[in-house]
Design a protein around this ligand. Structure first.
Ligand code: SP5
Ligand code: ZN
Length: 341
């Protein structure tokens, strides 16, 4: 199996994030996550790691707003130019509700407009890491579409599914799965299945008015979990996209059996849509011992989930999203990808 991975992520290493209540904690979305996964993949005889190709900005700008991408590109130098007392991390403390149209010129004003929360910390290496991560997803999409690979893994860091057309959030800056799915949509019908523990709000936003890309997200109920304001079952798409988005909110404590029952419903919707390609936002934070999760899926359950998805027999781009139990990440990814090889 082809794995697309870039070392560019390493310099995206914020020292901290802010949890609810103002708690300053070490950044959970850290470079060690990739090392754990790479070590596990290197222990197999079926995983081959490749550098991504550079697709340039066009396929990213086909999904993201130009002003937002310009913000990401210049945020770090603009931040240093404000001569902050502690320059280590760009993180605003005031956020736009977006009920008013003005985007201020000030760096922190723009940051509060384009960032959704206190986990999308920007450091010097963030933009180049986000670009390389998107190129991993695009390279995986190309391997499936042009080279006839049945399933490919984009080992993306930073993750992407919380990033919308014009905002960062939840450790995400560029929506890798959405960029890959949009690129594939010129070659066939695309379904995105988001199995990260958190609602894929960015992906939902990006494709909400489209009927050529089916989006499905299975996640912890936003009524109690991040991202709080999206991911409810009555959000079904809009305009011609109405009926082409589905959310499956789950309660705390959801186990393997309950998860697999929900996945069977999602799979049925994918079959009915008859896609040419499948993109999976493969978050591993559904794992029972994830520090951010409340869902109780086991490593064996992750394998069964993968088997169910692979039974669709679609050319599949698996895209790495969340998963923060670093000790378990390697074996969970092997359990997952092992069903696609
Ligand atoms: C890609 C991805 O998985 N992003 C997740 C971002 C979640 N950020 C909000 C975390 C809320 C933290 N709640 C603390 C629970 C600790 N037990
Ligand atoms: Zn997540």
């Amino acid at each position: 199996m082809k794995i697309f991975y870039s070392e560019e992520h390493r310099k995206h290493e914020p020292a901290f994030e802010i949890f609810d209540g103002g708690l300053r904690v070490p950044y959970l979305e850290n470079p060690d996550r990739m090392d754990r996964i790479l070590n596990a993949l290197r222990s197999t005889d079926w995983a081959q790691v490749f550098e991504p190709l550079d697709f340039g900005l066009d396929p990213i700008l086909a999904v993201h707003d130009k002003n937002y991408l310009d913000f990401l590109a210049s945020a770090w130098t603009d931040w240093l130019a404000t001569h902050p007392k502690d320059p280590s991390t760009l993180l605003p403390a005031t956020f736009a509700l977006r009920r008013h149209p003005h985007i201020p010129k000030s760096l922190l004003g723009r940051a509060g407009y384009y960032m959704m929360d206190l986990s999308a910390c920007i450091v010097e290496g963030t933009y180049s890491a986000a670009l390389a991560s998107a190129n991993c997803a695009l390279s995986a999409a190309q391997a499936v579409a042009a080279d006839g690979e049945r399933s490919v893994f984009a080992l993306c860091r930073p993750p992407g599914h919380h990033a919308g057309k014009d905002y960062a959030g939840g450790y995400c800056f560029i929506n890798n799965a959405a960029v890959a799915a949009n690129w594939l949509s010129s070659k066939g019908r695309v379904a995105i299945l988001d199995m990260d523990y958190h609602c894929g709000n960015g992906t939902q936003d990006i494709f909400y008015d489209r009927d050529d890309v089916l989006t499905i997200s299975i996640h912890a109920d936003p009524d109690f979990e991040y991202p709080s304001y999206m991911g409810y079952a009555d959000e079904r798409g809009e305009g011609k996209g109405l009926g082409f988005h589905h959310n499956f909110p789950l309660p705390r404590g959801t186990d393997d059996e309950a998860y697999l029952e929900t996945l069977a419903q999602a799979n049925q919707l994918i079959r009915e849509f008859k896609p040419t390609y499948l993109v999976v936002s493969a978050g591993m934070d559904i794992y029972a011992d994830d520090p951010l999760g409340t869902i109780k899926v086991t490593t064996d359950g992750i394998g069964r989930i993968a088997k169910e998805i692979a039974s669709l027999k679609l050319p599949t781009v698996n895209v790495m999203e969340g998963g923060y139990n670093n000790d378990a990440l390697g074996r969970n990814i092997l359990a997952f990808l092992g069903e696609f090889k």
